[in-house]
Write a protein that binds this ligand. Structure first.
Ligand SMILES: [Zn+2]
Length: 168
């Protein structure tokens, strides 16, 4: 089975596949050939159906993480999925049983759930309201606010500085 860290990374990449580029909302799945190749490299099938399932999971997970929708909207993504336990080297290992085209979408939802249990509130939208990216806050204090300090952090600091200067 694929590692939890890899699934977490996949989840964040899916959530962050609708960035704002030069002020214009972009969709990295719009180039379907490239998106399908990326899904195949992430352990998927690379099919058109898989891309549709992952895009739907992205739409719903983004809304849930932004607090716009309750987690229950994710339920249709999990339909027909099951986990089967097996003993491997004395440990219980769980295998995800689901139609192959839907596996990546289900894994993204499971990664979201594992993350919110292990690190509640640490997956969140970037605090720059003009940015559509998400971050997983791995700081000890839990105070990370930006998808990237280099991009949004500095931009927001500069803006606050400008507003303070203007208002004084
Ligand atoms: Zn940002």
């Amino acid at each position: 089975m694929v590692s939890a860290a890899a699934d977490e990374e996949f989840l964040l990449a899916v959530l962050n596949s609708t960035p704002v580029v030069d002020g214009v909302p972009a969709d990295e799945f719009a180039d379907t050939a490239r998106a399908r190749a990326w899904l195949a490299s992430a352990g998927g099938q690379g099919t058109a159906a898989e891309l549709r399932h992952v895009a739907e999971a992205r739409r719903l997970l983004q809304a849930v993480v932004r607090g716009e929708q309750p987690p229950d909207v994710l339920a249709p993504l999990l339909q027909g999925a099951a986990c089967r336990p097996a003993l491997v080297d004395g440990q219980i290992a769980w295998s995800l049983m689901v139609q192959p085209d839907r596996e990546l979408a289900v894994r993204a939802v499971l990664a979201w759930d594992a993350l919110r249990k292990a690190s509640p509130g640490r997956l969140r939208p970037c605090a720059n309201d003009e940015c559509r990216l998400f971050l997983i806050d791995r700081s000890k204090a839990g105070t990370a606010r930006w998808c990237s300090m280099a991009v949004c952090g500095n931009r927001m600091k500069a803006r606050r500085h400008y507003e303070r200067a203007r208002n004084s």
